[in-house]
Write a protein that binds this ligand. Structure first.
Ligand code: FES
Length: 188
């Protein structure tokens, strides 16, 4: 297992922030997974040694939390919210459309490793469902019809530059900051 100097530095920095080494376990796992994409058995042993724990202590965290993985997702990972508000607005149909367009079953990685698809619980954007995440970008109101267009762009590697779909994160960056002026008379 090989980690970059940057990840090793972050790990060394994060451990002393906790009163006990074992308390840093989730932070260390996340840092490692961010770089490697998953936590293999070998990695599990390495993290355990780093934190003076047994590999089973790391293993039980990885198998408990759905965001932690023992095998990597695809090169592009797509998540669909299935919690009630999104489900009522059609997220199951969205997921089925993405399954057929991307050629991968929910919960799986496509054979060539290009795409993976996963149902998630609430992605914290309930008023704009169905919500879909493509890697770290969030797309709102992706019903079955929109899912078809989104998948087409994704397959052509044109989603990121598309004017049709702007992710929540990109919209935040490009939105002008509105400063409300308060007239002197209203000031107290
Ligand atoms: S229910 Fe889908 S984002 Fe909250």
């Amino acid at each position: 297992m090989q980690l970059t100097k940057e990840t090793l530095r972050k790990i060394e920095e994060v451990i002393p922030r906790y009163p006990e080494k074992r308390s840093a376990a989730l932070m260390v796992i996340h840092l490692v997974q961010d770089e490697l994409g998953s936590i293999s058995n070998e990695t599990c042993v390495w993290i355990a040694e780093k934190l003076d724990l047994q590999p089973i202590n790391i293993q039980e965290l990885i198998t408990f939390y759905p965001m932690l993985r023992q095998t990597p997702w695809g090169k592009t990972h797509v998540r669909v919210c299935r919690t009630l508000p999104c489900a009522l607005r059609g997220s199951y149909a969205t997921c089925q459309k993405l399954e057929s367009k991307l050629g991968v079953k929910e919960g799986h990685v496509r054979d060539d490793g290009e795409y993976s698809l996963e149902f998630m619980e609430c992605l914290a954007d309930c008023g704009e469902g169905p919500v879909v995440m493509v890697d770290e970008e969030t797309y709102e109101n992706i019903d079955e019809k929109e899912a078809e267009k989104l998948a087409d762009l994704l397959l052509k590697d044109k989603l990121e530059k598309s004017t049709e779909f702007t992710s929540y994160e990109d919209a935040l960056v490009s939105a002008p900051v509105k400063i409300r002026k308060i007239s002197p008379r209203k000031r107290k």
